[in-house]
Design a protein around this ligand. Structure first.
Ligand code: FRU
Length: 676
C-alpha cells in the first residue's frame, strides 16, 4: 500500500471507526445515560434510582467535582461521580429493576480500582457481575456478557464504600446491547497479558494468528528452523494503525499455537523495517555464523530518507535476538519504491536469488548473490498481468510439483497490487512459468487471481521447510488496504490460515490451488455428518459456533443458487454460495454484521468455478471475524473478513430457485489456540 493510502487518510478513517463505537445505536436499550439532570429517571421505564449515603449527591454530576482532577471519556453532559465531598464520602446508587433484553451490558466506567468502589449486577438477590475503575479519571467501556441471564430481571448497583485515595467511582451510558463496547486497551503489554480481556475481545480470532496488541500488516521472514516455524510481521509497536514499521515475531510448531516473541527488528534512526524474508544460511555464506552456529538471515527493506534499500539482519540464537548488519544497506539503487525482497537458495546455480519489486514501475527484479551481501542484477520481469494497477509489491517465486504428473514442476511468481484487485482494493495475482536461475519466463503475460475475496494480501511462503515434509506453505495478511481500519482493538488484523500450495492441470490449464494446512484437523472437535439429503430452500444444521471447519459437497440440481449460511442469527448471516448460471463461488457479506465502518466493506465477492462433474465442493473455515472458502479442493479461493455479533453462530444449508442434493455435509467445531 505504501505511497497509495496516505497516512492522513488512514488517520481520518481511524477517527470514523471510533466515533461509531461511542454512542448508543438504535438497536441498543439505554438503561441510563444520566443526561436529564436527575436520578429520578431510568431511560427504560422512567422510574427513579435509589440513593443511599452522600457520595453520589442527589443528581448526576456534569464533570469533575470540587478538588477532583479533570474527568473525561463520559458521554454527553451528565455522569455518575461519587467524588462529592472528596474521597471520604460513601454511598450507593441502585437502578430500578430492568429486564435483560440483550446479550451484553456495556457501560463507561472510571475512578478507583479497588473492590470497595464499582458497579455490580444483581439478579435474584445475588451479585452476578462486578466491575471497578482503573485508578483513572477517564471513563472507558466495560462489557458484561449476560447471555446466561437473558430474559431475567436485574438491578445495577453503583457503590462507593471506600474513604481513602481513589475512593470514588465514575459511571455513565449503561446500555443493554448485542454489540458489546470495549475501549481499546491502553497500558503495558504485561498488564494486558494478565487482564481478563486478553484475547477475549469481540471479533478476536480463536486459531488464526493475531498480534497481541496494535497494528499488523504483511507477513515477513517466514522460515522454518530447528523445529520451529517463524512468523515475522509488519507491526506498529506504538499504535493500532500503520506506522513505525517494525518486525513483530512469533513461533509455532504446528501453525496454530503461536508463541509471541519480542519485536525482532525495530524502526530506528528514521529507517523503518519494511517487508522482507528470512533464510537459513546453512553454509554460513554470509559469515554471520560464529562458533559453528548456523545463522538465520533476514533480508528486509529499509525505508527512510526518501529511498528504499535492501538491508540485512542476523541471528545465531534461533531467532531470539537480531543484529542489524553494520554494512547496511546491501543493495541501494537510490530508488524510492524498491522493496519487499524474497530470497531463496537456487540449488542448480548454487546462489541466492532475490526477487524484489520496483513497485511503481511495476517491474520485478531478480538479483543473484553468493554471500547475501553483494548482489548482481540478473533480469527483470514486467510490467505484465493486471492493467492499470497502481503498484506491484511483495513478490514471491517458488517451484511447485504438478499433481498427477510425476517429476513435472512449474514455477509460480506471485505479486500483489495495492488497488484495483478483483474484489476491489488490494489483492494478489500470479503467473506460472519457468525460472532458470537468471530469468523468469511466464507461460502467459496474463495473470490469474490468487484469491477472489477482499481480504488476502501479500502472502509469502515459508523458506527451508525440510525436504522430508516437502510442502510449499504460505499465509497472507487477511485484510485489504482500502478497508484496513476495521473495528477491532487493541489489535488489528489476522493472518490467513496457513495454506498448502500445489499445481493441478484442470481442463488443460495449470491452476494454482490452495488448501488449509493439514494440521488444522488436529484442533477439530466432535464431527457432525449429514449425508444424502435434498435441500429445498432451507435446511438448518444442528451445529453452532463461530470457529468451524465445514466440508460440503453438492450435486447441482434445479437450484439456481445453493450453499451454506454461517455466523447467523435473525437477519444477520454470511452466505457462502454457488451461482449456477454464472458458475461462480461467492461470499456475500452484505448482512454479515458491522459493515458500516467503511462504505467499500459491504458486498458480494465471487470467483469462477466451473462445474465439471455435476458436483461442487466447498471447504469453509470460519473463525470469529473471517471466512475462508476453498472451492473444489482449492481451485478457487475466497477470503473475507466479517464482523458479526458474538451470538450469530447458527449454520444452515440453503437453495434458491429449486432444490439440490447435498451429497455430504461434515462440520467440526475448531478449538481456540491463541491467547490460552
Ligand atoms: C504491502 C506494503 C509493502 C511494504 C509494507 C510496509 O502491504 O506496502 O510493500 O513493505 O507494506 O508496511
Amino acid at each position: 500500500m505504501f505511497g497509495l493510502v496516505p497516512t492522513l487518510v488512514l488517520a481520518v478513517l481511524a477517527i470514523n471507526c471510533s466515533v461509531l463505537d461511542i454512542y448508543a445505536s438504535p438497536e441498543d436499550a439505554i438503561v441510563a445515560n444520566f443526561e436529564e439532570g436527575t436520578y429520578d429517571n431510568s431511560q427504560l421505564d422512567k422510574r427513579p434510582w435509589k440513593i443511599e449515603g452522600t457520595a453520589f449527591g442527589d443528581k448526576p454530576a456534569s464533570g469533575a467535582l470540587k478538588g477532583q482532577m479533570a474527568v473525561s471519556g463520559f458521554d454527553g453532559k451528565g455522569l455518575v461521580n461519587s467524588f462529592l465531598d472528596g474521597d471520604r464520602s460513601i454511598g450507593s446508587l441502585t437502578s430500578p429493576d430492568f429486564k435483560m433484553t440483550r446479550d451484553y451490558i456495556s457501560f463507561l466506567i472510571g475512578g478507583g480500582k479497588q473492590p470497595e468502589v464499582g458497579a455490580e449486577l444483581i439478579i435474584d438477590g445475588k451479585i452476578v457481575r462486578t466491575a471497578t475503575g482503573r485508578d483513572s479519571e477517564m471513563l472507558t467501556w466495560q462489557t458484561w456478557d449476560v447471555r446466561d441471564y437473558r430474559g431475567k430481571t436485574a438491578r445495577l448497583r453503583i457503590f462507593d464504600n471506600a474513604t481513602g485515595g481513589w475512593g470514588h467511582i465514575l459511571l455513565d451510558e449503561v446500555l443493554l446491547t448485542d454489540n458489546p463496547r470495549q475501549s481499546p486497551f491502553t497500558g503495558r503489554l504485561s498488564d494486558y497479558r494478565r487482564s481478563e480481556q486478553y484475547y477475549r475481545e469481540p471479533h478476536r480470532p480463536g486459531f488464526h494468528f493475531t498480534p497481541e496488541i496494535n497494528w499488523m500488516n504483511d507477513p515477513n521472514g517466514l522460515v522454518y528452523f530447528d523445529g520451529e516455524y517463524h512468523l515475522f510481521y509488519q507491526h506498529n509497536p506504538y499504535g493500532n494503525e500503520w506506522g513505525h514499521m517494525s518486525w513483530g515475531h512469533a513461533v509455532s510448531t504446528d501453525f496454530l499455537h503461536w508463541k509471541h516473541l519480542p519485536i525482532a527488528l525495530h524502526d530506528e534512526y528514521d529507517v523503518m523495517a519494511f517487508s522482507g524474508s528470512a533464510v537459513v544460511d546453512a553454509n554460513n555464506t554470509s559469515g554471520f555464523g560464529a562458533d559453528g552456529k548456523i545463522p538465520l538471515v533476514a533480508i528486509y527493506t529499509g525505508h527512510g530518507f526518501g529511498k528504499q534499500t535492501q538491508d540485512l539482519a542476523y541471528s545465531t540464537d534461533r531467532g531470539r535476538t537480531w543484529t542489524k548488519y553494520a554494512g547496511n544497506p546491501v543493495l541501494d539503487i537510490g530508488e524510492a519504491d524498491f522493496r519487499d525482497p524474497k530470497v531463496f537458495w537456487h540449488k542448480p546455480s548454487s546462489k541466492w536469488i532475490m526477487v524484489v519489486s520496483m513497485a511503481v514501475q511495476k517491474r520485478i527484479r531478480f538479483y543473484g548473490s553468493s554471500d547475501l551481501k553483494a548482489w548482481e542484477l540478473l533480469s527483470e520481469f514486467g510490467p505484465a498481468g493486471v492493467q492499470n494497477k497502481p503498484n506491484w509489491e511483495c513478490p514471491d517465486l517458488f517451484e511447485l510439483p504438478i499433481v498427477g504428473e510425476p517429476g513435472k514442476t512449474r514455477w509460480v511468481l506471485e505479486t500483489d497490487i495495492g488497488g484495483g484487485a478483483i474484489a476491489g482494493g488490494s489483492g494478489g495475482e500470479y503467473f506460472t512459468g519457468d525460472f532458470d536461475g537468471e530469468k523468469f519466463v511466464a507461460d502467459s503475460l496474463e495473470s490469474q487471481w490468487v484469491d477472489f475475496g477482499r481480504d488476502f494480501y501479500a502472502p509469502v511462503s515459508w523458506s527451508d521447510i525440510p525436504s522430508s515434509d516437502g510442502r510449499r506453505l504460505w499465509l497472507g495478511w487477511m485484510n485489504n488496504w482500502e478497508t484496513a481500519l476495521n473495528p477491532t482493538s487493541p489489535w488489528r488484523s489476522a493472518m490467513s490460515i496457513p495454506r498448502e500450495l500445489i499445481l493441478r492441470r484442470i481442463a488443460g490449464n495449470l491452476r494454482f490451488c490452495q488448501t488449509p494446512v493439514r494440521e488444522l484437523a488436529n484442533i477439530r472437535g466432535q464431527e457432525i455428518v449429514r449425508e444424502k439429503f435434498v435441500c429445498n430452500n432451507v435446511t438448518p444444521i444442528d451445529v453452532r459456533g463461530q470457529q468451524l471447519d465445514i466440508e460440503v459437497e453438492f450435486a447441482t440440481g434445479l437450484a439456481t443458487e445453493f450453499g451454506v449460511r454461517v455466523l447467523k442469527s435473525g437477519q444477520e448471516q454470511t452466505v457462502i454460495g454457488y451461482d449456477v448460471a454464472k458458475q461462480a463461488l461467492f461470499i456475500d457479506r452484505t448482512k454479515s454484521g458491522n459493515v458500516a465502518f467503511h462504505p467499500a466493506f459491504s458486498g458480494r465477492h465471487a470467483g469462477p468455478l466451473p462445474v465439471r462433474t455435476g458436483r461442487v465442493k466447498m471447504r469453509i473455515v470460519v473463525d470469529k471475524c473471517s471466512v475462508e472458502v476453498f472451492g473444489n479442493d482449492g481451485e478457487t479461493v475466497l477470503s473475507d473478513l466479517v464482523f458479526p455479533r458474538s451470538s450469530s453462530d447458527a449454520v444452515e444449508i440453503f437453495t434458491s430457485g429449486g432444490s439440490c442434493e447435498v451429497i455430504q455435509f461434515r462440520a467440526w467445531p475448531l478449538a481456540r489456540t491463541m491467547g490460552q
